[in-house]
Design a protein around this ligand. Structure first.
Ligand code: NAD
Ligand code: MG
Length: 396
């Protein structure tokens, strides 16, 4: 077997980061942790360093880095602590690294993920916001560096598994008609519309099938997550937005499907546990044990499907609109959503206002070409500014 692979885990203290480390720890003969990053749960980051003895750890500020460095030395560890975005980019691009798990949430993950792409690494992509913001530039960079891009988002990993190996020739060329992107419908699938006004962040984060970070949990409740995933699918599989259909499937057992012109529809099924797509991406094209229990179809008994209701899930419509507009629109959508979701989680706005804010920002902000990363970040900054103005105007 080949040598042990060095893996950098960006966002190690998060839900995806921890699941990744769980899979890695099952295969010490195959994978070694090269670097870990954390942003807020620093006690946990220390414990992860003790457990996985990485060469580097990355934290947001110099003062935090000094403290962690002292603690690590006192514990007899040789892990070196780096700081900020520069540190993240360094451990993403280090010549010794084979694979980078991109699991920072939101726009903050874009530069470090791109650093890994430019360095030609194997990218295990969980950070969908990075691709949503800068899709064209991101995919161009992947092609240029020859880096291997493997989707970790469960739906995209499922689609990847159901696609023929040569799908990069073009969906039409390989006989793919449509991508069917499944969605659980989240915690508010059956909540009366009039009650959505009063739902709390805790209710929004109580996902029926998946345990995830708070931002993606709210995105799942609003189905903005599915909207971001629609855009993500268009870039990963070179599909038009009209070729991606969203299907609500409340059991989250089918993780997505590919519809071929001969009428065959291939699906990937599994328990809703992110260790499956993580293990799949880590070991591709081989397969390794992920620790996930075998699927018990008799216990599941039935699989249901329904069309999404746009009145209940306006964010899905807004994301499709941004996908069709292209250029800077997805970056605008993503930034407005990040700020609005943070405001909702802080109790400053009501749940339905997330969609109202995003709609207003999308309508006010012109769609401009994004030929350079700077243009992506200016669209992101303008959308954050406009969202901030909305909050101020409404006294939040
Ligand atoms: P999380 O909130 O649990 O973890 C986020 C990680 O990013 C943490 O390690 C945190 O310290 C770090 N982080 C947060 N802000 C940062 C910043 N400004 N700079 C640097 N690091 C920062 O989130 P998660 O659920 O693990 O999701 C991570 C990414 O994976 C998201 O993009 C999400 O959309 C995607 N994803 C998650 C799941 C899931 O099941 N959790 C599934 C599919 C895709
Ligand atoms: Mg997903």
């Amino acid at each position: 077997m080949s040598r042990v692979q060095q893996v950098t885990v960006l966002g190690a203290t998060g839900s995806i980061g921890l699941s990744t480390l769980d899979v890695i720890a099952r295969h010490p003969d195959r994978y070694q942790v090269f670097a870990l990053s954390g942003f807020s749960r620093l006690k946990e980051l220390f414990a992860l360093c003790v457990r996985h003895t990485p060469r580097f750890a990355v934290v947001p500020q110099a003062a935090i880095a000094r403290d962690l460095q002292d603690e690590l030395r006192a514990a007899g560890l040789r892990t070196e602590v780096l700081v900020g975005e520069e540190g993240l980019c360094q451990v993403a691009a280090d010549p010794e690294v084979d694979a980078v798990m991109a699991a920072i949430v939101g726009a903050a993950g874009l530069r470090p993920t791109l650093a890994a792409v430019h360095a030609g690494k194997k990218i295990l992509l969980a950070n969908k916001e990075a691709l949503v913001m800068s899709g064209a530039l991101f995919m161009q960079a992947v092609r240029k560096s020859g880096s291997l891009l493997l989707p970790v988002d469960s739906e995209h990993n499922a689609i990847f598994q159901c696609m023929p190996g040569d799908f990069a020739r073009g969906l039409g060329q390989v006989g793919v008609r449509r991508i069917l992107l499944t969605a659980s419908g989240g915690p508010f699938l059956h909540t009366p519309l009039s009650e959505l006004e009063h739902v709390s962040p805790e209710q929004a984060c109580a996902h029926p099938n998946w345990s995830m970070g708070r931002k993606i949990s709210v995105d799942s409740a609003s189905m903005m997550n599915k909207g971001l995933e629609l855009i993500e699918a268009c870039w990963l599989f070179d599909a038009k937005p009209a070729q991606v259909e969203v299907v609500i499937h409340p059991q989250s057992v089918i993780h997505s499907l590919v519809d071929y012109i001969d009428g065959s529809v291939l699906a990937q099924l599994g328990n809703p546990d992110m260790r499956t797509p993580i293990a799949n991406a880590l070991s591709w094209p081989q397969r390794i044990d992920s620790g996930v229990a075998p699927l018990d179809l008799f216990a599941i008994a039935r699989l249901d499907f329904q069309a999404p209701d746009e009145q209940r899930f306006p964010c899905l419509r807004l994301a499709r609109q941004a996908a069709e507009a292209g250029a800077s629109a997805p970056a605008t959508l993503n930034a407005a959503n990040e700020v609005a979701v943070a405001a909702f989680l802080e109790g400053r706005i009501r749940y339905p206002e997330i969609a109202s804010i995003i709609e207003e920002v999308l309508n006010r902000e012109p769609v401009v070409a994004v030929d350079e990363l700077d243009a992506v970040f200016s669209a992101d900054a303008r959308a954050r500014e406009l969202t901030g103005q909305w909050l101020k105007r409404h006294g939040r």
